[in-house]
Ligand binder design. Structure first.
Ligand code: PHB
Length: 389
């Protein structure tokens, strides 16, 4: 088997890249080791930056997103029992975010790729990458237990944090990393969202977040220990904690409903540099992880492959590697700004186990500043809706 670009991973990065290349007449094959259903049903992120929405629409996969996505012009920061709205439209010259689950994005992308005759192989095994330092890279994998070789010009490693691409070039990488001493316990509940917009709550018991997936589905999180045992959290205990942490003196009420999914995720900041070695290019979670407090993971993955697609298009048009050689540096400028924002949001809202009373007073002062100064609110808003490409 031969193709122009071999893409490992059918997440948002791999599928957006494959479709962008297709629109420019470049052929790719996407290999994914998980079943299609797993990819499309796993509950992941849900906030799309304006730039992500615009790109998906320009690519022709925005039809359902435009119909079903919930456009939000702001978020609420809640502390001391009171809400403070950050007005994105007013602070960023009209920009918004859109609530639309990653699982829905994946369904739309997979359908678009398959409808266009795209080659996306789910459920493959034993994927490995070879010879990417020369100009005859090769991907080995097994399909229906049959070994196959896929030769290509370039390999895109879009296979996530636990994928095989980053370890394949680990000797060439420098890793920058920070782990946080807490995680998030997240639930999906069949309850109408208790607020029209997202609520980020600072509370002495720990952070809480109210989000949503649709007018009937709430998505909620509470800060917990990174090793929290989900079995110790019956539904009533989760609701009890959410009521306490989201408490309001302004007459607001939390609406409960049956919990249909729950899980614990750890939190880390992680960057691997550079994002390229020879003809192997890393994109998305394969190269970097942000803590979820700024809702940036998916958006950053899409920003990477937008840069990569442009570089690949130039490569095939002119034979020049100029943009390919700049790929890593171009992406890392954005990656580090998004790392900084995600770290800042995380630090501002979470209770750190070793925090002193001074630290807590400082956190409150920071929230007070961000919600009472236009400059403070604007720096949050500008980053949240997404920095310009
Ligand atoms: C979500 O809806 O899953 C979500 C929203 C905002 C975040 C993180 C996750 O910061």
């Amino acid at each position: 088997m031969h193709t122009q670009v071999g893409i490992i991973g059918a997440g948002p990065a791999g599928l957006v890249l494959s479709h962008l290349l297709h629109l420019k007449g470049i052929e790719s094959v996407v290999l994914e080791n998980r079943p299609r259903q797993y990819c499309e049903e796993r509950v992941r992120a849900g906030v799309l930056e304006q730039g992500t929405v615009d790109l998906l629409c320009e690519m022709g996969v925005g039809e359902r997103l435009k119909k079903e996505g919930l456009v939000h012009g702001g978020i609420e920061l809640r502390f001391g029992g009171k809400g403070h709205r950050i007005d994105f439209r007013e602070l960023t010259g009209g920009k918004t975010i859109t609530i639309y689950g990653q699982s829905e994005v994946l369904k739309d992308l997979t359908n678009a790729r398959l409808a266009a005759g795209g080659q996306v192989y789910f459920d493959v095994d034993d994927v490995s990458v070879h010879d990417f330092v020369g100009n005859k890279p090769k991907i080995r994998f097994a399909r229906n237990s049959k070994p196959e070789d896929l030769t290509c010009d370039l390999i895109a490693g879009c296979d996530g944090f636990h994928g095989i691409c980053r370890p394949a070039i680990s000797q060439a990488l420098t890793i920058y990393e920070r782990e946080y001493p807490f995680g998030w316990l997240g639930i999906l509940a069949e309850a109408p969202p208790s607020s029209e917009e997202l609520i980020y709550a600072y509370h002495e018991r720990g952070f809480a977040l109210l989000s949503m997936r649709s007018p009937q589905l709430s998505r909620l999180y509470i800060q917990c220990s990174p090793e929290e045992d989900i079995h110790l959290w019956p539904d009533e205990k989760i609701w009890g904690e959410l009521h306490k942490r989201l408490e309001s003196t302004e007459g607001w009420k939390l609406i409960e409903g049956p919990i249909t999914q729950k899980g614990v995720t750890g939190m880390r900041s992680f960057v691997a540099e550079p994002m390229q070695y020879g003809n192997l290019f890393l994109a998305g979670d394969a190269a970097h992880i942000v803590p979820p407090t700024g809702a940036k993971g998916l958006n950053l993955a899409v920003a990477d492959v937008r840069v990569l697609a442009q570089a690949i298009v130039e490569f095939y048009k002119s034979g020049k590697r100029h943009l390919l050689n700049q790929y890593s540096a171009t992406c890392l400028r954005r990656v580090w700004k998004v790392q900084r924002f995600s770290w800042w949001m995380t630090s501002m809202f979470h209770l750190f186990p070793d925090a002193s009373p001074f630290d807590q007073k400082r956190q409150m002062a920071e929230l007070d500043y961000v919600t009472s100064s236009r400059a403070g609110a604007q720096t949050l808003a500008e980053n949240y809706v997404g920095l310009p490409m």
